[in-house]
Design a protein around this ligand. Structure first.
Ligand code: C5P
Length: 234
């Protein structure tokens, strides 16, 4: 079985996130807790989600000097989540420090959380890279370069768009995780995402795991939307 789609719990409070999850009857869901929910509720929300049998991607996108990231990852490792991330733009030393921090902080007998690097946000376009970030190379090349750096730094994979997954698997390794946000069903709005794709296209591109937020959380019928995504994905 492929990995479950990851539902982005982009809610302002634990109360709203849990009320949303309560409507699902699945035994296990894979959810993503981002900055909004984590900064509001703190680690307690993770405990509640684990009690509800959820697998957790803690999406805090760390990006700081290596020592700070190492110490922060040491703390995150103790929270018992399944997946964490950093920005590849922090560089190799920072990414290596992140892995060391996770390894030192994982309690004995537990698996260390997997760690992936954000290459370019799926809200970033090539024009924005050029005009605002002063990065002159094509977006695809930047994503591949960041992916290679993440691999050489010992990370388990990357966050990228569906459109870059295939080349990353070809260039690096088919077992290197590609986790892709920017997923939309055919009739959905793209919102602020620039590089979107459907679950079926993600599957065809060999994506490892998809992350879906608004296509589920803002759907008229979230359960139906989740099942449609699951069907396309599996
Ligand atoms: O609502 P939507 O499906 O666009 O949500 C995508 C989720 O994935 C958001 O929580 C966003 O923060 C996250 N994300 C992203 N692009 C990345 C990394 C994470 O959209 N590169």
């Amino acid at each position: 079985m492929k990995h479950l789609p990851i539902i982005a719990l982009d809610f302002p409070s634990g109360r709203e996130a849990l009320a949303f999850l309560d409507t699902f009857e699945e035994e296990t869901l894979f959810v993503k807790v981002g900055m909004e929910l984590f900064y509001q509720e703190g680690p307690a929300i993770l405990e509640t989600l684990k009690e509800n049998n959820c697998k957790i991607f803690l999406d805090l996108k760390l990006h700081d000097i290596p020592t700070t990231v190492q110490k922060a990852m040491n703390r995150l490792a103790a929270l018992g989540v399944d997946l964490v991330n950093v920005h590849a733009a922090g560089g190799k030393n920072m990414m290596q420090a992140a892995v060391e921090g996770l390894e030192s902080g994982t309690p004995a007998g537990q698996n260390r959380p997997r760690i992936i690097a954000v290459t370019q946000l799926t809200s970033t376009s090539e024009d924005m890279m050029k005009d605002e970030l002063l990065i002159g190379c094509p977006l695809q090349e930047a994503v591949q370069h960041y992916g290679q750096m993440a691999y050489e730094s010992g990370l388990d994979g990357v966050v990228c768009s569906v459109h870059e997954s295939k080349v990353i698997h070809e260039q690096i390794s088919s077992s290197f995780l590609t986790v892709t946000p920017g997923i939309r069903l055919p009739n959905d709005q793209t919102d602020d995402q620039k590089r979107v794709a459907t679950p079926a296209f993600a599957k065809a591109q060999g994506v490892s795991q998809i992350v879906v937020g608004r296509s589920i959380t803002k759907a008229a019928n979230p359960i139906e939307a989740y099942h449609q995504i699951l069907k396309e994905w599996e």
